[in-house]
Design a protein around this ligand. Structure first.
Ligand code: SAM
Length: 284
C-alpha cells in the first residue's frame, strides 16, 4: 500500500467529492429517523496542508486553495457555502500555524445527530491509528482496520439504522480498481437496497470510465447518476484530468442540486477549460 492521501488532500477532486458528500448527508438529515454512513476508504480524517507531504505536491492550492482565495462576497452554490463554513470552522479549531483540512470521515462526523452513526474502514496501519485517535471521544463513530470492500459484505445492512450512505473512495493504485468498485457498488445495493451508494473515480481518459459505467448498465443496475467535473478535456491519460462520482439510488432530485454544485465549483477550479456533466447513466 503506497498510496498516502496526505499528498493529495484538498485537491480539486477532494473539493468536488467533499461538497457532494456533505450534500448527500444534508439530504439524509432532512428526515428525523437515524442514518448510518459506511466510509469504506476513510483515510486519516484530518490533513495538515502546511505539512511536508501536502506542501511537496501543492495540489491543495489548486483545490481548496482556490476557493479560500476567492474574493470576499463571491457567490457559491449553497452546498459549496456550507462546506466552506465547515472548512473555516475546522481551520479555526486547529492550532495556530497549521492549515487543517477535513477529509470524508471528519466531515460526516460533524453532521451526525444523536442516534446517527459512522463506520470507517482504513487499511493502512498508520492511517488507521490516526483515525482512531481522531475519533477517540466520538461514541457514534467506529473505526475498523479492515478492507473496506470486505466490510460491505460483513457490515451491511447496518445494524444501527435502516437508511444511510455507503461512500467508497478507493485510491486507484491497482489496475483492477474500476472492476472492484463496480462489484462493490452492486454488492452494497444488494445488501442495503434502501441505502444511497456513492463511489468516486478518476477521469484520466474516457475509455476506462465508459467501460466501468457500461459494466454496471450491462449488469442490470438502475437509478445510477453520474457527476463529473473535468479540468480539461481528458486526453492525456498520465494526468488526473477530472473527478467523477457515481451515485446509485440518489436522493430525490439530487441531480438538480448536483448541477448547482458543479457549476459553482467550475468557476473556481481549472484554468478556463473546466466543464461538468450530471447525467443519469441509467434512470429508474
Ligand atoms: N475518503 C478519504 C477522504 O475523502 O478524506 C480519502 C481516502 S484515500 C483516497 C483512500 C484511502 O483508502 C487511503 O487512506 C488508503 O490507505 C485506504 N485504503 C486503500 N485500500 C483500502 C482498502 N481495501 N480498504 C480500506 N482502506 C483502503
Amino acid at each position: 500500500m503506497n498510496y498516502r492521501h496526505s499528498y493529495h488532500a484538498g485537491n480539486f477532486a477532494d473539493v468536488m467529492k467533499h461538497v457532494v458528500l456533505m450534500a448527500l448527508i444534508g439530504a439524509l438529515r432532512r428526515k428525523p429517523s437515524p442514518f448510518c454512513v459506511l466510509d469504506t476508504h476513510a483515510g486519516i480524517g484530518l490533513y495538515d496542508l502546511s505539512g511536508a507531504q501536502a506542501q511537496s505536491t501543492g495540489e491543495w492550492r489548486e483545490g481548496i486553495g482556490r476557493l479560500l482565495d476567492a474574493p470576499q462576497g463571491s457567490h457559491h452554490a449553497p452546498d459549496v457555502e456550507n462546506w466552506l463554513e465547515v472548512i473555516r470552522a475546522v481551520m479555526r479549531d486547529e492550532q495556530a500555524g497549521r492549515l487543517s483540512y477535513p477529509g470524508s470521515p471528519a466531515l460526516v462526523a460533524r453532521l451526525l445527530r444523536p442516534g446517527d452513526s459512522l463506520i470507517c474502514c482504513e487499511l493502512h496501519p498508520e492511517d488507521q491509528q490516526a483515525l482512531r485517535h481522531l475519533f477517540r471521544h466520538d461514541r457514534n463513530v467506529s473505526v475498523h482496520g479492515r478492507d473496506g470492500y470486505q466490510a460491505i459484505t460483513a457490515l451491511l445492512p447496518p445494524k444501527q439504522a435502516r437508511r444511510g450512505l455507503v461512500f467508497m473512495d478507493p485510491p486507484f493504485e491497482r489496475p483492477d480498481e474500476f472492476q472492484r468498485l463496480g462489484t462493490a457498488i452492486m454488492t452494497a445495493r444488494q445488501r442495503f437496497p434502501a441505502g444511497i451508494v456513492a463511489g468516486w473515480y478518476p477521469i484520466k481518459h474516457r475509455a476506462p470510465v465508459r467501460a466501468f459505467i457500461n459494466g454496471l448498465k450491462d449488469a442490470g443496475q438502475r437509478k445510477l447518476l453520474t457527476l463529473e467535473l473535468t479540468l480539461r478535456p481528458p486526453l492525456d491519460p498520465s494526468r488526473l484530468n477530472g473527478s467523477g462520482i457515481i451515485i446509485a439510488n440518489p436522493p430525490f432530485r439530487f441531480e438538480e442540486e448536483a448541477r448547482g454544485i458543479l457549476a459553482s465549483l467550475c468557476r473556481y477550479l481549472g484554468d478556463g477549460e473546466a466543464d461538468f456533466h450530471v447525467e443519469w447513466a441509467v434512470p429508474e
